[in-house]
Design a protein around this ligand. Structure first.
Ligand code: CP
Ligand code: NVA
Length: 328
């Protein structure tokens, strides 16, 4: 069933009903099939779209560009060093200027309030490409990946997020799981448990959708029966000063094949939003070898679906833009 999301911003999945989220996932899947068959749409034809970035990005930036071009839009990348935003101009003023020139704005950055202000003052749909609090386009791509592996109905599906339980990715997975009735487990040290207010909000949603939410520091309990183990970096962008502290806290939560054995499911898959530390071939992991949140064996092994997730960023981001802005 189609839902009219025209003109809406996409800041957090908390703002969308379960049916609206399922509609975005169905549209993503439809657009994926169509793109793979070589078709390109014209639903965003002639539209100028701003991609405003305070933090670096590979997947999100490229997915927005590819999705725009596929549907006939023009994406304009605005890096924090190229524009006045933040240094000489307020968010409110930037929002009003961009809203006069572009028909949609993607924002990636630090404070969640910035993306809310852009939405409030620009007058055009604003899409959250990651803030310190949420990463909703990622959670959509992850859910599409789960559907592709375990079937369209994700109700009751065991998703164990293991690692920093209060970061943007963990928060968005908690929200999407609550909305879609999943069996979500946040497995992390107590000091990194999700923020109480968000957890309470999600537990209230879960009471209406049949979702199960478990928050535990115990790996064995958290991963038992899980269909997917998901992790993310132990220190997010902007938290570089916390790396040593996080390694000490999170070492027992590194994803290994041994942890997968504890799920008891031969078909359990590995998910990661990427970028990931899984070997010593990056500048950072060379200097800090203990930083790897997943072993090379799991990352490169048969359980890994991380590049499907990455590809699904294009299809889900396209669905969000088409649904909120497209001529469809
Ligand atoms: N997963 C993700 O958002 O990746 P980028 O930081 O490369 O955009
Ligand atoms: N939690 C990570 C996600 C990167 C896509 C970060 O914010 O750096």
């Amino acid at each position: 069933m189609a839902f009219n999301l025209k003109g809406r911003s996409f800041l957090t999945l908390l703002d969308f009903t379960p049916d609206e989220i399922r509609y975005l996932l169905d549209l993503s899947s439809e657009l994926k099939t169509s793109r793979r068959a070589g078709h390109r749409g014209r639903t965003l034809e002639g539209k100028c779209i701003a991609l405003l970035f305070e933090k670096p990005s590979t997947r999100t930036r490229c997915a927005f560009v590819a999705a725009c071009v596929d549907e006939g839009a023009h994406p304009e990348y605005l890096g924090k060093n190229d524009v006045q935003f933040g240094k000489k101009e307020t968010t409110k003023d930037t929002a009003r200027v961009l809203g006069r020139m572009f028909v949609g704005i993607q924002f990636r950055g630090f404070a969640h309030k910035t993306v809310e202000d852009l939405a409030q003052y620009s007058g055009v749909p604003v899409w959250n490409g990651l803030t310190d609090r949420f990463h909703p386009t990622q959670a959509l791509a992850d859910t599409l990946t789960l559907q592709e592996n375990f079937g369209k109905n994700v109700r009751g599906l065991g998703l164990a997020y293991v690692g920093d339980g209060r970061n943007n990715v963990a928060n968005s997975l908690l929200v999407v799981s609550a909305k879609l009735g999943m069996d979500f487990r946040c497995v992390s040290p107590e000091s990194l448990f999700p923020e109480k207010a968000l957890l309470e909000q999600c537990r209230a949603i879960a009471a209406t959708t049949g979702a199960k939410i478990t928050v535990t520091a115990k790996v064995d309990e958290g991963v038992k029966g899980a269909h997917a183990l998901y992790t993310d970096v132990w220190a997010s962008m902007g938290e570089e000063d916390k790396i040593a502290e996080r390694i000490a806290l999170l070492k027992p939560y590194q994803i290994t094949e041994g942890m997968f054995q504890k799920t008891g499911r031969g078909d359990a898959i590995f998910l990661h939003c990427l970028p990931a530390f899984h070997n010593l071939e990056t500048e950072v992991s060379k200097k800090t070898p203990d930083i790897c949140e997943v072993t090379e064996e799991v990352f490169e092994g048969p359980r890994s679906r991380v590049f499907d997730q990455a590809e699904n960023r294009v299809h889900t981001i396209k669905a969000v833009m088409v649904a909120t802005l497209g001529n469809k």
